[in-house]
Design a protein around this ligand. Structure first.
Ligand code: 1CP
Length: 352
């Protein structure tokens, strides 16, 4: 239970002193691992998400294979819209897809209230199974999509080039957008609380499309709802991470959301981020995911520079967004090893 490794991430999230910087990678369970592809070849994506044994197996893969300091439950942010009644398909080569995206007020009104313990029981079963299998080797991160980002997928139907439908709702149908965001927020709160009750030890909220917005829109349609989720799911020993991609220029606002950790994408200057957040939260990130295409010697160099810029305490090492599917496994491991070894030099164990 008190394995120090297990506490490394949690301590860093809370800004406590740690002997080295913890590291995990967004999308660490995924296609860059041959072991993942082997399982995926035999199962479709949602079947995997709904089978706790398979979730457990692929969630543990990066812990065993590249040595990250946390497991993040294998699932997807889009399980919430599905639980709200939207049909979700995964189209090969195209990604997730809602064949009937939200178009009218009636579509929003017809969305179901979510009871996560029942409707998303398969996630809770996987969390429980994982905690047993992990046996406190590393902590388990649970996650949710943020309301704005989920709304973007629900209204567009999938990934989009310019997200013009959801962006037009922000300007011409703000009341309808608020009605939708309110429903998603209530679902996400229930979902996160159920995940914590099932055993998730850290929570990350993904706001992958925050950067689509203007500053006022970011506050009103993204940040205020994320802040509400954090307030309504907060537990004393469960750190909350808020990752709003593309929102680095509004860090002075973001840091007020109540999260223990603010996730940074690679566009954010680390020194500027430290000044804007002024020690009010720990920081996570932020090496450019494409840096991992370079050779391991260079990966180490850039990782060392990044660690120095963050300065040790209050830092969770990660990439600035998810790992790309064609990154060599050795390069992912080089990043993890570099964090572990180089941060030790940064934070020498205090001699007693
Ligand atoms: O083909 C495959 O094998 C499926 C690819 C895949 C994977 C591995 C998808 C489809 N989702 C996932 C898993 C996933 N998704 C995790 C697993 C845990 C881990 O990190 O190891 C997580 C945390 C997510 C979260 C997620 N899904 C986000 C937020 C993070 C981010 O990347 O910004 C988003 C935006 C999604 C939607 C989604 N799901 C899958 C894809 C390809 C996408 C992006 C679609 C798009 O915008 O075009």
């Amino acid at each position: 239970m008190n394995d120090s490794k297990n506490h490394l991430l949690i301590d860093a999230c809370f800004g406590r002193e740690v002997e080295r910087t913890p590291v995990w990678i967004m999308r660490q369970a995924g296609r860059y691992l041959p072991e993942y592809r082997a399982i995926r070849a035999d199962h479709d994506f949602m079947t995997m998400c709904k089978t706790p044994e398979l979730v457990t197996e692929v969630t543990l893969q990066p812990v065993d294979i590249i040595g990250v300091d946390a497991a993040i439950i294998f699932s997807d942010i889009l399980v919430i819209p599905e639980a709200m009644g939207m049909e979700l398909q995964f189209v090969k080569g195209k990604g997730p897809w809602f064949p009937s995206p939200l178009r009218e007020a009636a579509d929003v009104n017809n969305l179901r209230l979510v009871n996560a313990e029942e409707d998303l029981k398969y996630v809770m079963d996987a969390v429980k199974m994982l905690r047993g299998e992990l046996n406190d080797r590393v902590p388990l991160i649970g996650f949710s999509g943020a309301p704005w980002t989920l709304a973007a997928y629900m209204v567009e139907g999938g990934g989009s080039k310019n997200f013009k439908t959801i962006k037009s709702w922000r300007w011409s149908r703000p009341d309808l957008l608020h009605t939708l965001l309110r429903k998603i927020t209530d679902a996400a709160v229930d979902y996160i609380n159920a995940k914590i009750d099932a055993g998730a030890q850290v929570i990350q909220i993904f706001d992958s499309w925050a950067g689509l917005l203007d500053e006022e829109g970011y506050q009103e349609f993204a940040l205020d709802y994320a802040s509400e989720i954090i307030a309504r799911t907060r537990r004393p020993e469960v750190p909350m991470i808020y990752f709003a991609k593309g929102a680095g220029i509004w860090l002075d606002r973001t840091v007020e959301c109540g999260a223990d950790v603010i996730g940074l994408d690679w566009t954010v200057n680390i020194e500027t981020a430290r000044q804007a957040t002024a020690g009010k939260a720990s920081l996570q990130g932020n090496l450019d995911p494409t840096a991992l295409y370079a050779d391991p010697k260079e990966i180490r160099q850039w990782t060392r520079d990044m660690l120095r810029a963050f300065g040790g305490r209050g830092h969770v090492a990660n990439l600035g967004h998810g790992i790309l599917p064609d990154i060599p496994v050795d390069h992912a491991r080089a990043f993890v090893d570099a964090v572990k070894e180089e941060s030790l030099k940064l934070n020498p164990t205090p001699s007693i």
